[in-house]
Design a protein around this ligand. Structure first.
Ligand code: RP5
Length: 166
């Protein structure tokens, strides 16, 4: 994690979400986006949630990424309490494969938006890329890093498929 003033706040409802969200944190690190990572549970630590959300903008955060699973109220509650853009990552649950998480996060009422990403690792990575794209609107260094990241991704795609032994 960067020592610079965090611009992205990444929060998750439980330690168990880190296996998913860490992919987003790694992407932010690859782009050298200053960020912080916290466990904030809408259900188990509601007061921590209120303090985090209401203080986020004043502390210099510009985007929040929130990942949670099951009855995933965290992104919506954060969005209700902060004017910052909130991107929600549905964590894949054991019981319902993340469909519960997805629907909990995506079906916000009009007036309180959460930008909802895909279930699981892809959503975590894309939330980081989206957060970087928002910051890149006003930060040339991050814009350059994002362009380079996409160029590397393109260069890594082979033209012809190979047998992978299965
Ligand atoms: C949610 O409940 C968390 O976001 C997590 O995805 C899910 C299960 O949490 P644990 O029981 O693993 O702590 O609040």
């Amino acid at each position: 994690m960067s020592a610079a003033q965090p611009q992205v706040g990444m929060v998750m409802g439980s330690q168990s979400d880190w296996a998913t969200l860490r992919h987003g944190a790694e992407t932010l690190a690859q782009l050298d986006v200053p960020h912080e990572v916290r466990i904030v549970s809408a259900h188990r630590t509601p007061q921590r949630l209120v303090e985090y959300a209401t203080g986020a903008r004043a502390r210099g955060l510009r985007v929040i990424i929130a990942g949670a699973g099951g009855a995933a109220h965290l992104p919506g509650m954060l969005a209700a309490l902060t004017p910052l853009p909130v991107f929600g990552v549905p964590v894949e649950s054991h019981a319902l494969k993340g469909m519960d998480s997805l629907l909990s996060i995506v079906q916000m009422p009009a007036g309180v938006p959460v930008g909802t990403l895909a279930i699981g690792k892809a959503g975590a990575i894309n939330a980081a890329l989206l957060a970087a794209a928002v910051l890149a609107l006003t930060d040339e260094r991050i814009a350059t890093a994002l362009d380079a990241w996409r160029e590397r991704q393109t260069a890594a795609v082979a033209l012809v498929p190979v047998d992978e032994g299965n």
